[in-house]
Design a binder for this molecule. Sequence first.
Ligand code: ZN
Length: 160
Amino acid sequence: MKKIPSFTIDHNRLLRGVYVSRRDVTPSGDVITTFDVRMTEPNRQPALSPEALHALEHLAATYLRNNPEWKERIVYWGPMGCCTGNYLIIQGELESSDIVTLLRDTMKFVAEFDGEIPGATPRDCGNYSFMDLEAARKAARTYLDEVLTVITPDNLVYPQ
Ligand code: ZN
């Protein structure tokens, strides 16, 4: 089988950041952009815990789907299996710089979140107690302060 494009990125040189992972055109002609929302440096920094990523997933998805400017275009937010980041899929032909403000707002929401995590009940989720809110808040704060607030081109375009 062919190696799929997302396995051809040089993870040895990949920094934390926001990257366009791919763009796809649906049969009806819509373009959808998949972003790599990379929160830790692959194999060089500790990955997030699955519990932190799960709490982050519930909170980020809730925020994005309620954001007045973007909610109609949000297709998906979900964790990467390697636990170093998330995928965000949005309708439209977008650049990574287009969503930096949206991600700053999302991470601020998560970092400051206090209370019951939306959807964290046995009825709404398949593993509802598998959550670490404190670790999600900390990871969002670090990503916001150390990456999104001081973002450079190296955090927006995959290493060539
Ligand atoms: Zn869940």
